[in-house]
Design a protein around this ligand. Structure first.
Ligand code: NIG
Ligand code: FE
Length: 427
């Protein structure tokens, strides 16, 4: 395979090699496989070689290949954002102000606001409008280094509307230069017209799941197991029937209360259990002992956005042997950021992850959380060439510095798609 892109002169190339098989757990969670003074050779959309910059240059340089000078920066795998709600209409800045004034997230939802206020606006929006706005947020994410993203439906709730959202997500996969993984989240909250008919809504979710599956519109099925959303038993029923339809499973688990959803995820063989702010010690230990432990997808930007001081125990999860991933949870209500670098910076502070653990969580382990663990997430020959160049002198700056975008070049599938935070027009 001919080399068509060379990245040279990196102070550090974070290869994240040899972390498998499967998600990185325990001490492997913090292993970056650093090559100092490194370079990367790319061809045909794949990583071809990684090693000392001089050698990579000598062996692969030819007149037709594009060269990126990393200028003493850090090169690493592209970020995988394994939990977002990127397709929605409107914003919730008014509610955010109320929240900062002390009103709780669940109280706003109870009063018919929160997720339900986004549902009202999203139902009224056309697929074109939703596509346009999601594309703008996705462009910001890509400029910040996201090269694969999971996107959930969940802001229409009625059958037709949820399928409309899944179709928008499929179109995003066609128009964006990065990989998009779709999740059906009809079980986000009860649709308002079903307030008095929970059984009717559960059946609607099951019927819509079947259609989504038949049309190949979603790989994952997710449920929000929480007060004001779905009970543990309802979640079990929906997840079990979704599994029967061939979906892989995800849960919004233990976000505002200890609901038992994390254990349910373990029992049902879920791919990931997400949030975990209220995870109890016993379940944490049980997860750590399990051979088939789901990925713990932590969403540290949520507590930051909502101004809460309850955090998922990132350090204790890693110590117990639970594989940890990080995601933005980008959505208009609980986490209005598409930035994985910002998410890493917060995780180091509030989830108590080391910066190396956070980087593995945002790349290699995040890839496993969306079924891409064999294809992306590390810089080993043969992997898809999703690669970032960051304008920082060493990897610690990815946690140390925050609030600006450290990513200067984004390579997705072997092509440069963003520079200086901006998606290139051709991308
Ligand atoms: O992951 N918890 C439920 N769902 C989202 C919030 C969605 C919203 O508030 O619009 C979450 O935090
Ligand atoms: Fe979420």
């Amino acid at each position: 395979m001919a080399v068509d892109l060379l990245i040279v002169n990196a102070a550090e190339v974070l290869t994240l090699r040899d972390l498998g098989p499967g998600p990185a757990r325990g001490s492997k969670q913090g292993s970056l496989g650093i090559v100092r003074g490194g370079g990367v050779a790319i061809g045909g959309g794949h990583i071809l070689d990684v090693g000392a910059s001089d050698r990579v240059w000598r062996e692969h340089r030819h007149s037709g290949c594009e060269v990126i000078d990393a200028k003493g920066g850090v090169v690493l795998p592209g970020f995988v954002d394994p939990h977002t709600h990127l397709v929605f209409a409107g914003d919730r800045a008014d509610e955010w102000e109320k929240r900062m004034g002390g009103v709780s997230y669940l109280d706003i939802l109870r009063q018919g606001g929160g997720i339900l206020s986004t549902v009202k606006k999203t139902r009224a929006a056309s697929a074109e409008v939703l596509l346009g706005s999601a594309r703008r947020f996705a462009a910001l994410a890509i400029g910040s280094g996201t090269t694969s993203v999971e996107i959930k439906s969940g802001y229409c709730l009625d059958g037709e509307g949820e399928l409309k959202l899944l179709e928008v997500i499929a179109r995003l996969g066609q128009v964006l230069p990065i990989e998009v993984v779709a999740t059906y989240l009809g079980a986000h909250v009860l649709a308002p017209e079903y307030r008095a008919d929970r059984e009717g809504y559960l059946e609607l979710v099951e019927r819509t799941a079947l259609i989504a599956r038949q049309r190949g519109l979603a790989r994952y099925f997710d449920v929000f197991c929480e007060h004001e959303a779905f009970t543990l038993e309802e979640s079990r029923r929906l997840l079990t029937s979704a599994r029967g339809l061939g979906f892989e499973l995800k849960l919004h688990a233990e976000q505002f209360s200890a609901s038992g959803a994390a254990r349910l995820g373990l029992q049902l063989g879920a791919t990931s259990i997400d949030h975990l702010e209220y995870l109890d010690d016993e379940t944490l230990a049980e997860l750590g002992r399990a051979a088939n432990c789901p990925l713990a997808v932590l969403l540290p930007a949520v507590a930051f956005h909502l101004g809460l001081d309850r955090h998922a125990p990132g350090d204790r999860l890693v110590a117990a042997g639970v594989p940890v991933a990080l995601a933005t949870d980008m959505n208009p209500g609980s986490s209005f950021t598409p930035s994985m670098p910002m998410t890493i910076a917060i995780a180091c502070r509030t989830q108590k992850l080391s910066v190396a653990q956070a980087i593995v969580a945002a790349t290699y382990n995040a890839a496993w959380a969306v079924g891409l663990g064999e294809r992306v997430g590390c810089l080993e020959p043969g992997r898809r060439a999703d690669v970032l160049v960051c304008d920082v002198p060493d990897h610690r700056w990815l946690g140390y510095a925050f609030g600006y975008n450290p990513v200067s070049v984004v390579v997705a599938d072997g092509r440069v798609v963003a520079r200086g935070g901006h998606l290139l027009p051709a991308a």
